[in-house]
Design a protein around this ligand. Sequence first.
Ligand SMILES: Cc1ncc(COP(=O)(O)O)c(C=O)c1O
Length: 335
Amino acid sequence: MCCSPIRVLSRSETALKVALAYHRVKGDGSRFRLIGRERGYHGVNFGGISVGGIVTNRKMFGTLLTGVDHLPHTHNLAKNAFTKGEPEHGLDTADELERIVTLHDASTIAAVIVEPVAGSTGVLIPPKGYLQRLRDITKKHGILLIFDEVITGFGRLGTPFAADYFGVTPDIMVTAKGLTNGIIPMGAVLVSPEIHDAFMGGPEHVIEFFHGYTYSGNPVASAAALATLETYKQEDLLTRGAELAPYFADALHSLKGEPHVIDIRNIGMVGAIELDPIAGSPTKRAFSAFLAAYESGFLIRTTGDIIALSPPLIISKGQIDELIDGIRTVLRGIA
Ligand SMILES: Cc1ncc(COP(=O)(O)O)c(C=O)c1O
């Protein structure tokens, strides 16, 4: 994997366009189909919502991109509730890719895009072997594999990237948030040397890839990214999560048995508490939790009826206790 010079804001769009253009420069322009996943999130531009799998983000905007299919999501509460780390059940959901390939023929498919751990729809952790299975199937059929690491990148799982954690190397990686500590807007799309080189064969004066934004290569953002990367190095933050993760996991799972809790899951320094939805009023219970937490002085992120946790990589054990105790109080206080 090498870093391409592509620095933009709409990263998922960039990755999808790189994938299409790559096949074309290789003389394989019939590969135009893109495959995303149910409950996937890749931003709110047309490419992102087309391959993404969040109905509220999609339903207002017509036909979206054509030629897009979706893998099933991997979340299986009935079989995997209260799992620490990667769940046992659900590897077969990766095999759906073979069904889609059989339906369309591999020669029409450009890329598969997934978040290694789906974040925005509630921390959906891949079943054991799932990402490797996707890698095997994509490789077999000449399809590019894109990991959207906007959440998992830069130390979230206790490794620099989720690709390191799972030992699965994608062809293209989408990054952002952690790149600048989430403060200054910047994204980066990383591509394999093979993809990089495929674009670089032309004369020097010719633009390799027509995809510039007004704010591409922004100097302030670049300075913020360089400073952030330096801080990660100095404070070992890209791997600190690995030391803290077992403590975080135990603290989080101590909420099992608290009111409304139907699942707790975690991987690295990310976790989720899924609440039983109020019949007829989905999301209302989590919203009550959000308000109660806010009133007591801390901010939690809810999505659907799920509380998603992704604490700062500098968090201390004492602060983890404080966070979990705060959530415990909130859960005991809401209807
Ligand atoms: C995995 C993933 N991809 C893409 C995005 C979209 O980022 P942006 O809103 O900056 O386009 C997000 C935002 O949360 C994300 O979690």
